[in-house]
Design a protein around this ligand. Structure first.
Ligand SMILES: CC(C)(COP(=O)(O)OP(=O)(O)OC[C@H]1O[C@@H](n2cnc3c(N)ncnc32)[C@H](O)[C@@H]1OP(=O)(O)O)[C@@H](O)C(=O)NCCC(=O)NCCS
Length: 216
């Protein structure tokens, strides 16, 4: 099989991958050819397309002309680590923006980032590589979101918020303007963050407080 020059494989084949696949199809920039799944590498069909196997299938896919990878799972550290694997195998990372996301004209978005339906990213913001701006998340003006972060569904960031590398902002959380979230921090679902959160901690509650170090 020889694929065309803007073809993509989604790495991951679970619920999150379904949402990525839908965004890829609706955006229409890439030809979606199938999936990789290290958790269950058995060859099979998923959403009507082949699961080619796990990471060991990368070389074959590259030889067949597949050009791009995008991640279909939420784990921030794994996305960052496997993006290096994909690059070393000669793939580019696909940036996917759902056609019904609203992204301001001056926003820069890194490779491999996905922006889902209903998300809003306002002017002056910078979004790194391999970030997930999940369904209906709102990133206000002048935010800086570092590589690998996951802004979960319905999360609201005020203006000038910074989010560190591989940080996870849980579903429905709210972050006050100009607050900094540390690298690899995990903010619990529904939290309201009113002051800075250190690196690599689990914080939650209203207002959010640090509860423990995050085991990474
Ligand atoms: C914050 C979180 C990581 C804590 O997980 P955990 O360490 O396993 O904590 P537990 O479930 O053991 O709960 C410990 C206590 O904290 C409370 N708690 C847990 N998460 C909380 C949250 N988000 N806000 C307020 N309290 C929370 C529990 O009710 C429990 O209280 P108790 O001791 O009085 O019974 C997790 O609850 C969470 O919010 N994860 C984010 C999930 C998410 O956003 N998924 C989106 C997928 S797209």
């Amino acid at each position: 099989m020889n694929y065309d020059h803007e073809s993509v494989v989604i790495w991951g084949a679970s619920g999150h991958a379904k949402v990525v696949a839908d965004a890829v199809r609706l955006e229409g920039r890439f030809h979606l050819v199938g999936f990789l799944d290290d958790v269950d590498p058995q060859p099979r069909q998923f959403l009507g397309l082949p699961v080619f196997g796990g990471a060991e299938a990368l070389g074959r896919l590259r030889e067949d002309g597949v050009t791009h990878i995008v991640f279909g799972f939420g784990n921030c550290d794994a996305r960052l680590r496997l993006s290096e694997v994909a690059r070393s195998e000669g793939f580019s990372l696909a940036t996917v923006i759902h056609p019904r996301a609203v992204v301001a004209s001056d926003v820069t978005i890194g490779e491999g980032t996905v922006v889902f339906a209903g998300a809003v990213v306002n002017p002056g913001s910078t979004i790194g590589a391999n970030v997930i701006i999940n369904t209906r998340a709102s990133v206000d003006h002048d935010c800086v979101i570092a590589d690998g972060a996951h802004i979960c569904p319905g999360t609201t960031l005020g203006g000038g918020v910074s989010v560190g590398i591989a940080a996870w902002l849980g579903i429905g959380s709210t972050v006050k303007d100009h607050v900094a979230i540390g690298a690899s921090a995990l903010v619990g679902a529904g939290s309201v963050v009113v002051s800075d959160i250190p690196d690599a901690v689990v914080a939650y509650g209203v207002p959010a407080t640090t509860r423990r170090q995050r085991g990474l």
